[in-house]
Design a protein around this ligand. Sequence first.
Ligand SMILES: O=C(O)C(=O)C[C@]1(C(=O)O)C=C[C@@H](O)C=C1
Length: 325
Amino acid sequence: MSLTARAERGAVHLGTLAVGATGPAVVIGGAGADARWVSLRDHHGRVPAAEALAGVRAQWAGPVLVEPFSSADLAEIAAGADGVVVGADWMQDFRLVRAVAGLGLPVLVQRGPAATLEEWLAIGDYCVAEGNDQVVLCESGSRVRAAAGRTGGAAAPPARPADTVLDLALMREARERSGRPVMAWLGDDPALAAAAVAAGADGLLLAPDAAPETAAAAQEAVTVIGAVTRREEPDSVLAARGAVDRVDAALAVLLERRAELAGTIQRLKPVGGFAGRDMDRERRLVAAMARRAPALGEAGLAPVMNAVIEAGLRLAEERRAARRD
Ligand SMILES: O=C(O)C(=O)C[C@]1(C(=O)O)C=C[C@@H](O)C=C1
């Protein structure tokens, strides 16, 4: 089976940001993300939605989602937000979920820490019953450990990885069963960003105040892992150039790693560098690569790999010379 999943879900649009389209996965969270969100539950309902929204909008021109504290927040959310977050801890507050769906804004449904796949999918169906099919499902982890060191108050979404475990198989199944875009909640910890993207996440949800480094690590996973595992289908020059940029980013990471490994071989071989070149080995590695790149084939790959190998050998010789100085 191919590693590359075709992105076939119907896209949900958070303002200008398409989630689940044929483009890259999105990052929603702190500074450096593609969209921001704010949880009124973090403030225990003491901050009005309009005020919280104004605070985010003062520093950010892109899409903003809001998690309400209660139904009292919904009118202000409808007036100013691009989407609503149904938090993991109240996913099954059907009355509030129904009211949220009725706003007509896209809804991001976090899975409750003890909710089954069916219960989670049912919340999406609830939204559809309210006439709103703009639903994104966000796997937010199952509570499997004692809540030691949990911060953020009882109403805050579960913080990874303190007391929950992300179920990427469930996320993937949710996507297959529902046809909706799916996301993975990472909180402030980007450790599973690459795994989530590889498992088919259409987006990564970070804590509203996630550190810029967390957002940067999540974006890096979207770019590099997404380039390898997610088949984009761009329909404009701009989108295709974006996709090419992501593939080039992945190539750069691999080329750097390859140069390091080739350098190790030069140090270990009896005769390293250009003097120890092994053309038979080079032909064999080109032939092996051609099986994965049949359109380019050996003829297309040979000059590319010649340049790559020579760049590695030059680097190895420069480093050897520097060591001798
Ligand atoms: O495999 C080797 O012997 C290497 O030195 C590594 C390497 C390569 O970069 O892959 C470099 C030069 C050789 O001609 C063949 C391959």
